[in-house]
Write a protein that binds this ligand. Structure first.
Ligand code: BV8
Ligand code: ZN
Length: 247
């Protein structure tokens, strides 16, 4: 894979590595991205379903969407991109993986130090008592699942208009501020505050790689734009990093 000399030098000298992933890294695992053109749910925009108002108005519809996505996710396997990041973390101390994804695939690939900015679709949270449960603990009969306290359950994810978990957001900001290389992988870089992380890294002096199928609003700021599928590019980038480290 071609890398410019500054990109190779950044890999060689990297100390603190920060990564932000989006739905694109899970696309090769068969999980539809948010802005995919096809699919049953493409007639809905995520902002129309992933918000508390839509849920309170029609909890059954929103649960159907999450159950549909959960079924795809439980069938899916991590792909070579997830595995490359898990291996990279094994080989380097200061490595922080920040994900917008709620599919849990990074953990299934073996990543340890994961910052989940938007929660996890495989957990439920009670609107009344706040109790968090795993999906196995709740039996769905196509209705809206209830907590043992009688309260209504929701997926334990961050919806539009909701605050991100403060500890996750703080960890993400500090990883971006301290990174000397930062990778934005498989995200359209549209949703804030996650989309501000690559810019924070860059303005704090990091060399910014973007790995994406197509250009995004971030691309003009990237020091290296590696266009293509993350499942192919990330393993090559890891190999390049290993090679540069031996120089
Ligand atoms: C908040 C969890 C406020 C749920 C998600 C106007 C301007 C700026 C901001 C706003 C605004 N109006 C409103 C806002 C705020 C809003 C926002 O940013 N809206 C956007 C749409 C403009 N943000 C929020 O509401 C956030 N909260 O701001 O709270 C606040 C503050 C204080 C106090 C109270 C409240 C909350 C945002 C979190 C929403 N939750 N997910 C769920 O999943 O169901 S968002 C969801 O979409 C994802 O988590 C992800 O973050 C987001 C974007 O998706 P991507 O991951 O980027 O995926 P996408 O499909 O878009 O792109 C995939 C990319 O991959 C593509 O570019 C594609 O080309 C590429 N690709 C595809 N295949 C591959 C590939 N690349 C590589 N390899 C491949 N194989
Ligand atoms: Zn409860």
């Amino acid at each position: 894979m071609f890398l410019s000399e500054p990109a190779r030098e950044a890999l060689r000298k990297s100390q603190n590595i920060g990564i932000l992933t989006g739905a694109g890294i899970s696309a090769e695992s068969g999980i539809p991205t948010f802005r995919a053109k096809d699919g049953l749910w493409s007639k809905f925009k995520p902002e129309e379903l992933a918000n508390i108002q839509a849920f309170m108005r029609n909890p059954k519809l929103v649960w159907e969407w999450y159950q549909y996505r959960r079924n795809i996710i439980t069938e899916a396997e991590p792909n070579l991109g997830h595995h490359a990041l898990a291996q990279w973390e094994q080989q380097h101390d200061n490595f922080t993986l920040i994900t917008q994804n709620v599919d849990g695939l990074h953990a299934r690939a073996g990543s340890q130090n994961i910052v989940e900015l938007h929660g996890n679709i495989l957990r439920n949270r009670c609107l009344t008592c706040g109790n968090v449960s795993e999906i196995e603990e709740v039996n769905f009969k196509g209705t809206v699942p209830l907590c043992t306290c009688g309260g209504m359950l929701r997926p334990d994810v961050v919806w539009f208009g909701e605050m991100l978990p403060p500890e996750a957001l703080n960890a993400a900001f500090s990883a971006a501020e301290n990174a000397d290389i930062f990778l934005s992988v498989g995200t359209s870089a549209l949703v804030h505050p996650a989309a501000s992380l690559p810019e924070i890294a860059k303005s704090s002096g990091a060399f910014l790689f973007e790995i994406n199928l197509e250009p995004t609003p971030l691309t003009p700021y990237a020091d290296a734009f590696l266009e293509g599928p993350s499942g192919e590019i990330l393993p090559k980038l890891l190999t390049q990093w290993q090679t540069e480290r031996t120089k």
